[in-house]
Design a protein around this ligand. Structure first.
Ligand code: CMP
Length: 491
């Protein structure tokens, strides 16, 4: 396609230049005979008329020659321009050479050629002096070219500065946004995302604040969305980040960031920050991201928030999304070894009295040294048990679904022996002393089995490197007494 275009241009140029050359050669030969003929023809009647006709003819001929020579020069310059700038250089360099530079080159060649040709026809006329000395001409040209020259010089400044290249996306307030297609001596041409062309003159552009998204740069975009308060931010962020990463044109070099930017009136507000391979396609990519978020939300049962005005007439505490049926909690508790001695009914009572809580990733559920009267069972997710030793933090164990912790605090009232942090979003069952006390009061023999289990666990923990238990309750008997004391149970 490109080669056939070039061939056509070449043929056109050869034919055009050939015709002009032929005309110039023809002029060379016919000039003298025509002049003689005119002198004879008009001179036959009046000699002065013959002279005038010859002079007029001479001027006409000279002007015609200037025009023909200039046409030849223009056609050569245009052809060379095309050959050098648009074809050869464009191939070697991925950027198209700005047409402004091409035009400046061409104009210089035209002016120089015009001077040379004019001088060859009128050697006695000093064209340069004519231009420089004629103030009136200068003023007229100056006024006429005021805007044009302004544009030209702003264009040259833009060229020197190179704040943007062809192919970059630029956005100019009040003018528009689009991909730079051409930088000419008059202005910059951009193609908007509606496929319209906008030409902004260089002088206007020089005064505006131009936002540039360079073509060979990773440019970021922000997409916003809201979810209901009932939906967990961790799950939402995970789901959105996963789908955004897979979208075409989203750069793999930098991970998209999804974050909570506000807790708004109608929901949790998020922003997705992602980087584009090709910024000029950001409209399509933004749209695809929104579409994929919708599908991800459908799968994950996350709901978009929209401005609503809700009248709540509540007769019971509002249901929490994380509250499971008590039978599921019962199921979980009956598989926890520490509660194995409890009867079905007691386990059910315990399930009814316990609370299911959700924690964010990295959140502390209990802190070492703090007092607490609850114990916990991991329902979904995992936690890390850590202790602080001389300013350093040491990871002791990871506890998973069905594991329990915090039993020392609950059963003895001692300060927490370790800090327990979530590893990812985690759901935890919390059982407090108020809930356990009536069960222990009804079954004093339970204290015995509980202290055995705590002691067994303590033994398993009690390695030289992780001695976290309080020194005064090192054996089963002391644990037993401590439990009884703490719950106020009779001997
Ligand atoms: P408590 O002391 O109430 O609070 C911190 C809890 O971390 C503690 O009860 C135990 O349940 C748990 N814990 C303490 N030390 C260890 C350990 N070495 N391994 C596993 N869990 C521990």
């Amino acid at each position: 396609m490109e080669t056939s275009k070039l061939r056509n241009k070449f043929i056109f140029f050869i034919v055009f230049a050939g015709i002009i050359t032929l005309l110039l050669i023809l002029f060379h030969f016919v000039e003298a005979p025509i002049k003689d003929y005119l002198t004879d023809f008009f001179g036959a009647t009046d000699r002065r008329m013959g002279d005038t006709a010859t002079v007029l003819f001479e001027h006409l001929f000279r002007i015609l020659k200037i025009v023909l020579w200039m046409s030849l020069i223009v056609s050569i310059v245009r052809f060379v321009n095309h050959l050098v700038f648009s074809t050869a250089l464009q191939r070697s360099n991925s950027y198209e050479i700005s047409s402004l530079l091409r035009n400046v080159f061409s104009i210089i060649i035209y002016i120089v050629s015009f001077f040379v040709i004019f001088n060859s026809q009128y050697p006695n006329v000093d064209l340069a002096a004519l231009f420089t000395t004629s103030t009136i001409l200068g003023v007229i040209i100056g006024l006429a070219l005021q805007d044009t020259l302004g544009n030209l010089f702003s264009g040259l400044a833009i060229q020197a500065d190179q704040p943007f290249q062809i192919g970059d996306v630029i956005s100019i307030p009040t003018k528009g946004e689009g991909v730079v297609e051409q930088v000419s001596w008059r202005g910059v041409q951009i193609r908007t995302f509606q496929n319209r062309l906008i030409v902004i003159s260089n002088s206007v552009l020089g005064k505006e604040v131009v936002e540039v998204a360079p073509r060979d740069n990773l440019n970021a975009r922000l997409v916003f969305f809201n979810t209901l308060y009932a939906n967990s931010p961790t799950r939402t962020i995970q789901a959105v980040r996963e789908v955004v990463r897979q979208i075409e044109n989203v750069s793999q070099k930098i991970r998209p960031a999804v974050r909570v930017i506000n807790l708004g009136d109608s929901g949790i507000e998020y922003e997705v920050k992602y980087w584009l391979e090709d910024y000029s396609k950001y409209n399509e990519t933004d749209a695809l991201i929104r579409q994929r978020i919708w599908y991800a939300f459908q799968r994950e049962r996350i709901e978009f928030a929209y401005p609503t005005r809700t009248l709540h007439i509540e007769t019971k505490p509002q249901e929490n999304v994380f509250v499971e049926t008590s039978s599921e909690i019962y199921e979980r508790l009956s598989n926890v070894p520490i509660f194995a001695p409890l009867s079905d009914e007691e386990t059910r009572k315990l399930a009814d009295g316990s609370n299911l809580r959700v924690f964010a990733p990295g959140e502390a559920i209990v802190r070492q040294g703090q007092k607490g009267d609850s114990m916990f069972v991991v329902h979904r997710g995992a936690v890390d048990v850590q202790i602080k030793e001389a300013e350093a933090t040491k990871n002791l164990r990871k506890l998973r679904e069905g594991d329990f912790f915090g039993e020392m605090g609950l059963l003895t009232g001692e300060p927490r022996t370790a800090t327990v942090l979530t590893d990812g979003e985690t759901e935890i069952l919390e059982i407090n002393s108020l809930c356990l006390k009536p069960i222990l009061e009804e079954n004093p023999e339970l204290v015995e089995s509980l202290s055995r289990i705590v002691e067994e666990r303590r033994q398993s923990f009690d390695k030289p490197e992780d001695k976290t238990m309080p020194t005064e309750i090192k054996d089963k008997a002391s644990i037993f007494n401590s439990i009884k004391k703490f719950f106020g149970l009779a001997d």
